[in-house]
Design a protein around this ligand. Structure first.
Ligand code: NAD
Ligand code: TYD
Length: 355
């Protein structure tokens, strides 16, 4: 079979000021042969930081454009599609934290489902020019595994949290727009990411920052829930590979071949910190506290990524040991970033800049 080589000129990235979106935009502009422009639309929720891309904006001039837009606002989004003659979409924007979805699912339904619907409708309206709509999704749509087995692209959807249910709904809409209208789509379902720019509510950055501050490290339940960790740049390379070369209408599972129980991840974070920034007294492992379990907590995620490996020649490059150490070093060096994302003053600054 001849290899697909998609050419995209005006690429809309949604949620580009979040963790993976930021890494993706930097990756595409700095490390690929893409020579078009990227238009980043982001609502700037608590999780979005336009400053992440300030250096990118300086370096790439009009090849990088930022628009503060809520994907739930159809008319605002339509103006962006028209103004920049969008021919391709990479859709990251989402409410992304499971614990928040348990406390307040409403925003997840709006952004993850209705926001995706708006994007699909606008993509359909310019289908004659559309090269690709890529949807970034999660392995959590498949539900929970027992001790054995792996998620494949054929695993039935069984989402257990409001977050994963909303992502599952968006995946189904993307699939339906391909089957019904022939929209050129691809989907990737990836395991847990970690790396620079991750908001410190997710396990790894939360543990790094709490441990640095000498605060308790809350491990849910018995700490034996298993996640498959992938370094964020490996995920970005997988998404770009699928966008450039993946078969239209296909989904691809992406994983790190790195299953770990949470407690072992937290212990590794403590050990790296003890080495890089030693403290007098006991190890930071002493800060670990087992706390009440998350409701509906999925026990184990594990990905079979043989499809993307065999058909598109993608495999993860970073090992967990090197990736985690790089990540810890990044948080140690980026104290200003951490202070800003954690402070209310930063929210007020964003409001003043973009309203
Ligand atoms: P994140 O929470 O760090 O970033 C989300 C971004 O979307 C933020 O910049 C936020 O401001 C923006 N956003 C939220 N609502 C919006 C709206 N209504 N309109 C416009 N922008 C909005 O999330 P992330 O971890 O970078 O995840 C990005 C995508 O990747 C999500 O779709 C998520 O489901 C998926 N994913 C994440 C992981 C992971 O481990 N983090 C793994 C697999 C898939
Ligand atoms: P998280 O980073 O929230 O990702 P997800 O729920 O999408 O997998 O959590 C990763 C794992 O770590 C998950 O099993 C829940 C657990 N966890 C804790 O034990 N303590 C915490 O404080 C957090 C945020 C997560």
């Amino acid at each position: 079979m001849t290899k697909i080589h998609r050419q995209m000129k005006n690429l809309l990235v949604t949620g580009g000021c979040g963790f993976i979106g930021t890494n993706f935009i930097q990756y595409v502009l700095e490390n690929t042969d893409f020579d078009g422009r990227i238009v980043n639309v982001d609502k700037l929720t608590y999780a979005g930081n336009p400053e992440n891309l300030a250096g990118t904006a300086r370096r790439f001039g009009d090849r990088y454009i930022f628009e503060k837009v809520d994907i739930c606002r159809f008319d605002d989004l339509r103006r962006v599609f028209e103004r920049y003659d969008i021919d391709s979409v990479c859709h990251f924007a989402a409410e992304s934290h499971v614990d928040r979805s348990i406390v307040g699912p409403g925003a997840f339904i709006e952004t993850n489902i209705l926001g995706t619907f708006n994007l699909l409708e606008l993509a359909r309206a310019r289908q004659d020019r559309l090269v690709l709509f890529h949807h970034v999704s999660t392995d959590e749509v498949f539900g929970s595994l027992g001790a054995e087995g792996f998620f494949t692209e054929q695993t039935p959807y069984r989402p257990n949290s409001p977050y994963s249910a909303s992502k599952a709904a968006s995946d189904h809409l993307v699939r339906a727009y391909h089957k019904t209208y022939g929209l050129p789509v691809t989907v990737s379902n990836c395991s847990n990411n970690y790396g620079p720019y991750q908001f410190p509510e997710k396990l790894i950055p939360l543990m790094i920052l709490n441990a640095l501050a000498g605060e308790p490290l809350p491990v849910y339940g018995d700490g034996r829930n298993v996640r498959d960790w992938l370094y964020v740049s490996d995920h970005c390379r997988a998404i770009w590979t699928v966008m450039r070369h993946g078969a239209t209408g296909e989904t691809y599972n992406v994983g790190g071949a790195n299953e770990m129980p949470n407690i072992e991840v937290v212990e590794m974070v403590c050990d790296i910190l003890d080495e890089l920034q030693p403290v007098a007294g006991p190890s930071r492992r002493d800060l670990i506290r087992f706390v009440k379990d998350r409701p509906g907590h999925d026990r184990r995620y594990a990905i079979d990524f043989s499809k993307i490996r065999e058909s598109l020649d993608w495999t993860p490059r970073e090992t967990f040991a090197t990736g985690l150490e790089k990540t810890v070093r990044w948080y140690l060096e980026q104290r200003r970033w951490v202070q800003r994302v954690q402070s209310g003053a930063y929210r007020r600054w964003i409001e003043a800049q973009y309203h």
